[in-house]
Design a protein around this ligand. Structure first.
Ligand SMILES: [Zn+2]
Length: 73
């Protein structure tokens, strides 16, 4: 819990854990262990949950579409 307090005050210590496709990645915090999904195209930054995991898993709809996404979409 102390980690969460430190993160709340100083900000998270982000690392890229997984590159999902060219505009999207999964990031995590090495201090508190939280995870987020980051998407450049929609400028979204959302908490990582089971739903995102399923979308980006091999065979998931976003994993499937990744080859067709333009780099600056
Ligand atoms: Zn953190």
């Amino acid at each position: 819990m102390l980690e969460r307090l430190i993160c709340a005050v100083f900000g998270h210590r982000y690392v890229v854990e997984r590159v999902l496709n060219h505009g999207a990645r999964k990031v995590g915090c090495t201090r508190c262990g939280k995870h987020w999904g980051m998407h450049d195209g929609t400028r979204s930054f959302v908490p990582w949950d089971g739903e995102l995991e399923a979308l980006y898993a091999p065979g998931g709809i976003l994993a499937q579409a990744s080859g067709d996404v333009p780099p600056n979409a």
